[in-house]
Design a protein around this ligand. Structure first.
Ligand code: UDP
Ligand code: MG
Length: 165
């Protein structure tokens, strides 16, 4: 079954110049990239993305981590699409805890646990269909994705926007 999934190369991955590596590993899946952008993560976006974890003791550290406070202030967001995309990508990522992750997985190979106890595990990947939908809609507008994966509607836009000077 064709699915879409959100992938984030987290700030530690960018700081360690792992982008090429991660994309090469993910290309083993033969999935298609249908959206990609570099993002400066605001606190609002970070807290919304991880809202299900807001009661966890590591939440504040996690928010700082994904905002790039400890590495580079950027994240690469991608949408992968194709057959069984969610499981295929999660498999290559490895489990959440980098010390328990298979050593050939991305997290097993490149992740670490900080002294504050946060898993700096290089990559995020959606866990299921409903997470994927919520997350993709949070990180991308319909226009930033190659084709419509979810229903869209037209809206009159009259806001001020930044253009090239
Ligand atoms: N995380 C952590 N400690 C934990 C659990 C999670 O630092 O005990 C961080 C880790 O960076 C993880 C993110 O919080 O990737 C989101 O957690 P989740 O349980 O959703 O794991 P994931 O879906 O990323 O495997
Ligand atoms: Mg998760």
């Amino acid at each position: 079954m064709d699915q879409q999934t959100l992938v984030l190369i987290k700030p530690d991955g960018l700081k360690k110049s792992l982008t090429g590596n991660v994309l090469t590993r993910l290309s083993e899946t033969k999935l298609e990239i249908i959206g990609a952008r570099m993002v400066r993560v605001t606190r609002e976006l970070a807290e919304e993305h991880y809202k299900e974890l807001k009661d966890k003791p590591f939440f504040e550290e996690l928010i700082k981590y994904i905002m790039g406070e400890y590495h580079k202030k950027k994240v690469m967001a991608l949408v992968y699409w194709g057959d069984n995309a969610i499981d295929k990508v999660r498999e290559i990522c490895g489990t959440t805890n980098p010390e328990e992750a298979d050593s050939v997985s991305i997290r097993g190979a490149y992740g670490r646990i900080t002294t504050a106890g946060v898993y700096e595990n290089v990559i995020h990947a959606s866990a299921n269909d409903s997470d994927a939908e919520r997350e993709i809609k949070l990180w991308f507008t319909p226009e930033e994705i190659i084709f419509d994966i979810y229903p869209t509607k037209e809206e009159e836009k009259c806001a001020v926007r930044r253009v090239w000077a």
